[in-house]
Ligand binder design. Structure first.
Ligand code: GDP
Ligand code: MG
Length: 630
């Protein structure tokens, strides 16, 4: 066999370009799966099968969350040579670009799939340059040409402007739904994507790149490797460069499309290994495995940057007694998603919980849905926040400093508003830093004004303005990460009737004037509602939140004062007057016991209450709507 490794890429968006559907057609065309029936007993719709979307959440949301691999045997119709192709179907959404970038290093080429109705989107641009910078062969493919609304000519012009792809260069046109053009696509893969360059010599010592890992309830940890040189068989002993631990290979094989045992894996192949690892934490993506006997050990692969949590939020069980159950559920889920970071935290209002770190807000939503669906446990998520960094004048007064390579100094990382410096510590703060992203927006020209305004109000700085066809514009903006966490994406979609697309990449940290907004009830902080914002927005945020909180506080026996506090100073205030006292006293005279009984009865009949600060209780539902509704 001649070995080629390719990858279906593109389209990190909700408006899906058809990558997973095309993967189905490729698996069929190579007899890797049986023809996926249109009238299958399960009522399966051919176009919506998506064999490689294996998680429940992927099926229900119709999005790919985890990159999936399949090996296929393809016999060229003319030469009759059989090729081994390896396909990686990647997620579309920006939050999972970590999945995409780690797949790239195991590939030689990429199919850049563009929906011929939607045209080039922000995600197309991001993925094109990702593949381009990795020197991968890029095969552009227009999909959905079965649809009357498709306009291949226009999309070809966009490809030319955005990527310098010659529109006369016979760009493939396919329908992943009907299978039209798929045979031609396979031929193009053979002609345009080179085989792995590594020496395909079986006598060299074994060396492989670990590029994916997951937990399988039957066999435990599964490692997916791209073999660079040599050969490996069952029973061989291999060593991890990163951990220096050695393992005996229990079994191995290829994904065809499920785990299929083979006698060996050789240079150029992609396959799975069962090594008897206890947890996926021992399997470090980007690690190098080599034959334990190799001496001296080989030079490792450059490795990936580990997944970095960008968005943090508290997660609490709705009912304190569910804490151990939730701990179990989180443990099980993170076995398969090492990109979620987990730490314990507690809150006066919410009790014992966790601070979870995610790659983005969709990642957060998906994780929460998986937690609830797959493990039957209800979760309260506090508002998402970015992670900030603080540099101090006198570091000795501060605990928990961490070394920051980029700044060349120690900083304190703040993943939770509760860790923000208190007013009396502010004098020792030298600078606050916040994470910055570079966002790409592609929009029909009539919405450009609205989007520029949107970016402006979110502290954006314009970097680029390019017209990519007669009515589409590409904008690039520098934006603080925190500005795109809450309503940015929804506003962008609603202002452009869904036509604009947005993607972003991290771009380091920048100095920023940050403050913490606290909400107080009778002088006590409601810790679950504290937020970190830019000084310019602080007062507005404090006022809005005081009003919102007033909206859910019910009158109680005492007056309740609601205050918004910025850096320790009160900037807004509302109050809820006390219920008229002694109503009961008048009716029941001095009979304290009867009065107490009556009050208790009244309380029991009420909705569930949550004590949130200083003993003040709010209806749980209203309080949760405040927390979750941001
Ligand atoms: P992905 O996010 O890029 O993996 O996209 P999916 O494969 O999940 O497809 C998104 C939607 O587009 C699904 O509803 C598919 O049925 C539909 N779709 C995909 N390819 C085609 C096509 O060639 N023609 C038509 N009409 N629909 C398609
Ligand atoms: Mg998909």
């Amino acid at each position: 066999f001649i070995v080629r490794v390719l990858r279906v890429g593109e389209s990190r968006t909700h408006i899906d370009h058809g990558k997973s559907t095309l993967a189905d057609r490729l698996l069929e065309a190579t007899d890797t799966t049986e023809t996926i029936s249109t009238t299958a007993s399960g009522g399966g719709n051919k176009a919506n099968q998506r064999v490689l979307d294996k998680l429940a959440v992927e099926k229900s949301r119709g999005i790919t969350v985890k990159a999936q691999t399949a090996s296929m045997f393809y016999t060229h119709p003319v030469s009759k040579i059989t090729y081994l192709l390896n396909l990686i179907d990647t997620p579309g959404h920006v939050d999972f670009s970590y999945e995409v970038s780690r797949s790239l290093s195991a590939c030689q080429g990429t199919l850049l799939l563009v929906d011929a109705c939607q045209g080039v989107q922000a995600q197309t641009v991001a993925n094109f340059f990702l593949a381009f910078s990795e020197n991968l062969a890029i095969v552009p493919v227009l999909n959905k040409i079965d649809l009357p609304a498709s306009d291949p000519q226009k999309v070809l012009r966009q490809l030319e402007t955005a990527f310098d792809i010659d529109s006369s260069a016979n760009v493939l046109q396919v329908s992943a739904k009907t299978g039209l053009g798929v045979p031609a696509l396979l031929e193009r893969v053979i002609s345009d994507i080179p085989p792995p360059q590594s020496p395909v010599s079986k006598t060299e010592p074994f060396k492989a790149l670990l590029f994916d890992t997951w937990y399988d309830s039957y066999v435990g940890v599964v490692c997916l490797v791209a073999v660079h040189s040599g050969q490996i068989r069952k029973g061989d002993r291999i060593t991890s460069h990163h951990t220096k631990l050695s393992y005996d290979v229990i079994s191995l094989g290829i994904m065809h499309p499920e785990q299929t045992a083979t006698p060996s894996l050789s240079a150029g192949q992609v396959g799975f290994l069962h090594l008897g690892m206890k947890t996926t934490r021992d399997a470090n993506i980007g690690d190098t495995f080599y034959a334990a006997t190799t001496s001296p050990p080989p030079t490792p692969f450059p490795g990936f940057k580990p997944a970095k949590s960008m968005v943090f939020a508290g997660a609490y069980p709705i009912d304190a007694s569910e804490f151990p159950k939730m701990q179990d559920a989180i443990d099980r889920l993170t076995l398969n998603d090492a990109s979620v970071s987990v730490a314990r935290e507690s809150s006066t209002a919410l009790g014992q919980g966790f601070r979870l770190g995610f790659l983005g807000t969709l990642h957060m939503d998906v994780f929460r849905q998986r937690l609830e669906e797959e493990h039957d446990s209800t979760v309260i998520n506090t508002a998402p926040s970015a992670s900030y960094q603080v540099a101090y004048k006198d570091e000795r007064k501060v605990q928990g400093m961490e070394w920051n390579e980029n700044f060349g100094r120690n900083v304190k990382i703040i993943r939770n508003p509760a860790d923000f410096p208190e007013p009396d510590e502010l004098g020792n703060v030298e600078a606050f830093y916040e994470p910055i992203v570079v966002g790409t927006l592609i929009t029909p020209v009539e919405y450009v004004g609205g989007l520029m305004e949107l970016c402006g109000t979110h502290r954006g700085e314009q970097l680029e303005y390019t017209t990519i066809d007669e009515n589409r514009v590409l904008l690039k903006y520098k934006l603080p990460m925190s500005e795109i966490l809450t309503d940015f994406y929804d506003t962008l979609k609603s202002r452009t009737q869904g036509y604009a697309t947005f993607d972003y990449e991290e771009s380091g940290y920048a100095r920023s004037d940050l403050v913490k907004v606290n909400l107080l009830l009778n002088g006590h902080r409601v810790d679950a509602l504290a937020t970190i914002v830019h000084r310019a927005a602080a007062e507005r945020v404090a006022k809005t939140w005081v009003k919102r909180l007033k909206g859910v506080v019910e009158r109680q026996l005492v007056e309740i004062v609601i205050q918004g506090q910025v850096d320790g100073k009160i900037v807004s205030r509302e109050s809820v007057s006390a219920l008229r006292k002694d109503v009961t006293a008048k009716l029941y005279g001095g009979d304290v016991t009867r009065k107490m009984k009556l009050l208790e009865k009244q309380k029991a009949g009420k909705k569930r209450m949550k004590a949130v600060a200083g003993g003040i209780q709010l209806p749980q539902e209203a309080f949760l709507s405040l927390i979750n509704g941001v």
